[in-house]
Design a protein around this ligand. Structure first.
Ligand SMILES: [Fe+2]
Length: 364
């Protein structure tokens, strides 16, 4: 039996067309002047404009900021803080993929608490309250809108820092499946596979509890049959909605259960080789599941590693480290880095550098 506490911190507003309610929802929270942290894809897709329009309808002034990429680092956060400081904002909106959500949280922390983002690496290290935030995910993956964690790389050392604080929860998450239709194939593939890995990893961690188990199972139940569908039928809003909700549930599961060896092994691949997170996860996950070999996996699928390989194939994700150009000579170095990842501590099978090396060799 594992003792636990569960506090839902984010109000969830789900449904087609809910993006048009953002203005009213923001006004009810008292927003008057807001920063919209939106990745550049949001501009092209027209979503930034929709949000601006909805806010303007309630007399809320807003300024978009998009000077970051899919692997946000401390320098980008500094830049975002400097940009936001001159605007005298009272609130923040994150719009887009996981990087938008993470940047919104990290910029908000620096604006309200000062210092460098490195100062807040870890859990609950933010002393003062943050500005209220709304999260609007536009990818069917990530689940960052359900979490109080931001993943930011140190621009000097390339270490991926997990910065988590209860104060960094979004006040509201707006999940509108209609806006996820514009995701390109590669984004659907990588973000969706990552969300699936969240369901799989959270199911078995040492921190899992009665509630996180509900979230993990519900996430898998929705995403397993719908991932291939959103790849084959880009306009299938029903399947996109299932993936979007699945990613949300998986994000809620992480909040309680953390993650495992897959994320610990994937982070150095992103830090050293710049391999996108979802792709790095796809290479490692089937091997970690086989290596962990937990009885709970059978609840998801009689041959879970096989099913996960099948899903990676449908997503046209590469399945070996050699295909990704990783040098065999650097596996030791990466294994040492993987062993330092905080998330590896929660893996059900004890995980250290020797285990990471074994997993990298399997995935080579
Ligand atoms: Fe992930």
């Amino acid at each position: 039996m594992i003792a636990f506490e569960h506090t839902p911190r984010t109000r969830l507003v789900f449904g087609p067309g809910t993006i048009h309610q953002v203005g009213t929802l923001a006004a009810a929270l008292g927003f008057r002047k807001t920063l919209i942290v939106a990745d550049s894809g949001m501009d092209d897709a027209g979503h930034t404009k929709t949000v601006l329009f909805s806010l303007a309808g309630q007399g809320i002034a807003s300024t978009p900021w998009s000077s970051f990429n899919s692997n946000p680092d401390s320098r980008m956060i500094e830049h975002g803080r400097a940009f936001a400081e001159q605007l005298d904002i009272d609130s923040v909106i994150g719009l887009g993929g996981g990087s938008s959500m993470d940047c919104a949280k990290a910029i908000n922390i620096l604006l309200t608490n000062g210092g460098r983002i490195q100062d807040y690496w870890g859990h609950n290290k933010v002393p003062k309250p943050l500005l209220p935030m709304i999260g609007i995910p536009a990818t069917t993956g990530t689940g960052s809108e359900a979490q109080t964690y931001a993943l930011i790389s140190d621009a000097e050392t390339h270490t991926k820092m997990a910065i988590g604080d209860d104060k960094a929860a979004f006040a509201i998450a707006v999940l509108d499946p209609d806006i996820t239709r514009t995701q390109p194939f590669g984004v659907r593939a990588a973000a969706g596979y990552d969300a699936i890995s969240h369901a799989v990893e959270t199911l078995v961690t040492t921190k899992r509890n009665a509630i996180s188990g509900c979230f993990s199972r519900e996430a898998w139940r929705r995403m397993n049959p719908n991932f291939e569908l959103i790849l084959q039928e880009p306009g299938n809003t029903g399947a996109l909605a299932e993936m979007q909700l699945g990613a949300w549930f998986a994000g809620c599961a992480i909040e309680a259960s953390m993650l495992g060896a897959t994320h610990a092994c994937a982070n150095p691949l992103t830090a050293i080789y710049g391999i996108p997170h979802g792709q790095a996860i796809a290479v490692m996950l089937p091997h970690v599941v086989r290596w962990n070999s937990q009885p709970e996996y059978k609840e998801f699928h009689p041959d879970l590693p096989g099913r996960l390989r099948e899903l990676a194939g449908a997503a046209r994700l590469k399945t070996s480290l050699s295909q990704l150009g990783v040098a065999r000579e650097r596996l030791d170095e990466m294994a040492a880095l993987a062993a330092q990842q905080w998330t590896g501590r929660f893996n059900p099978r004890p995980f250290a550098a020797d285990a990471a090396l074994e997993l990298y060799q399997c995935a080579y």
